[in-house]
Design a protein around this ligand. Structure first.
Ligand code: ADP
Ligand code: MG
Length: 370
């Protein structure tokens, strides 16, 4: 295995906040950063050495990124297959393309978990309205219909509560495959962020508890309020997925706990929003472990503070946050995005505490209107 040393260049596909936080972790260690993204002055370009402005599936731009990078990684899973194969053929993509192919497609992802004997919510794959009707007859209401690929933050999802919702999907369906799955009565949602190095060593961050609003991540809290049994089950299942996929780098798996049982939801082959708390709450962040894995450095043993909470800052929260900065005891992260659309992730804040109660006392007032 080729160790990439400080002074060498890490190429990042995608220039959003995840790329930016990967880049800042890498910059601390002395690496140079090249980023490929279509947007001028995007969050990662602001902290990178080289910005190649181009579309993510632009082969010429990918070749330019490859030419100036010693190793390449990505900040999103929807990497074009030709582009990932190109970097792989150059020996510059230690993460490989299997975990990309599986995690960018909900059908493959659910199938992969099932094949590994990991429980998933009841589901059916559908292509026509007739099949949606059949699926609902088998699964029952409430259910959720999701596009097979391309969805994030609840985009591309339709909740099916009753027959009226079902009829409404008829006109909204476009050609292609969808997944219809049982909408579970959720006790809690948790995620396991971990890193696997190129020798197969695994390092797990504390399991985090996530609260979503309108299917968008609102807060992440550690430690999660899980029974020991649930925690062990999640660790065991996550380890199976990591081995089967041959994961390299930081990776996240989302789990539902419903009526005491654990279900696989989805996975992300990259650092994850629910792992941002690791920047301040752990001695090593999900981003630094990721950089270590892809450059061939050993992973660090993780130590963490007793309690932490991360709160996402959307466009509509940025002004209230900025107006109260002089009063709140929070770690501030702003991604440097120019356009503050109401539902766009603009940054996050993290609170560290000696206990969950201590963290709760420090919660900023603006988060009540989230
Ligand atoms: P994405 O994060 O890619 O938008 P998810 O499948 O994780 O898609 O769905 C987003 C959120 O919607 C989940 O975190 C959860 O809160 C809710 N959700 C999704 N599927 C289900 C389900 N089957 N049962 C209950 N809640 C769900
Ligand atoms: Mg999700």
């Amino acid at each position: 295995m080729n160790v990439i040393k400080p002074g060498q260049t890490i190429g990042i596909l995608g220039g959003g906040q995840l790329g930016r936080m990967m880049a800042t972790a890498a910059k601390h260690m002395g690496y140079r950063i090249a980023v490929l993204d279509p947007t001028e002055d995007c969050p990662t370009a602001q902290v990178a050495d080289i910005h190649i402005q181009g579309a993510y599936d632009d082969m010429e731009a990918a070749e330019k990124l490859g030419a100036c990078s010693d190793v390449v990684t990505y900040e999103f899973e929807n990497v074009d297959a030709d582009v990932s194969r190109f970097f792989e053929s150059q020996g510059k993509l230690p993460q490989g393309s299997l975990s990309l192919a599986v995690s960018q497609n909900r059908e493959r992802e659910k199938g992969f978990a099932e094949a590994a004997d990991i429980p998933v919510p009841r589901y059916r794959i559908v292509t026509t309205y007739e099949e949606v009707k059949d699926a609902l007859a088998a699964i029952g209401y409430p259910a959720v219909m999701k596009t097979i690929s391309g969805g994030y933050d609840g985009k591309g999802q339709f909740l099916l509560r009753d027959e009226q919702d079902l009829r409404d999907t008829e006109s909204g369906m476009t050609e292609g495959r969808y997944i219809v799955e049982r909408w579970l009565n959720i006790d809690k949602e948790v995620s396991q962020v971990f890193t696997r190095d190129q020798h197969g060593n695994l390092s797990f961050f504390p399991i985090a508890e996530n609260v979503h609003k309108d299917q968008v991540l609102f807060t992440t809290t550690v430690p999660a309020s899980l029974e020991e049994e649930g925690e062990e089950e999640i660790r065991k299942y996550t380890e199976v997925l990591a081995e089967e996929l041959g994961v390299v780098g930081t990776f996240a798996v989302e789990w539902f706990v419903s009526e005491g049982d654990v279900y696989f939801n989805e996975m992300a082959p990259r650092p994850h929003n629910s792992g941002h708390y690791t920047i301040e709450a752990c001695n090593v962040s999900q981003f630094e472990q990721h950089i270590r894995a892809i450059t061939g450095l050993p992973l660090l043993t993780i130590h963490s503070f007793p309690a932490a909470k991360m709160i996402n800052v959307l466009g509509r929260h940025r002004d209230p946050l900025y107006q109260s900065l002089d009063r709140e005891e929070v770690h501030l992260h702003d991604y440097g995005k120019k356009e503050a659309r109401s539902h766009r992730k603009m940054g996050h804040v993290t609170i560290i505490g000696s206990s969950l109660d201590d963290v709760a006392k420090k919660e900023p007032a603006w988060m009540r209107d989230w």
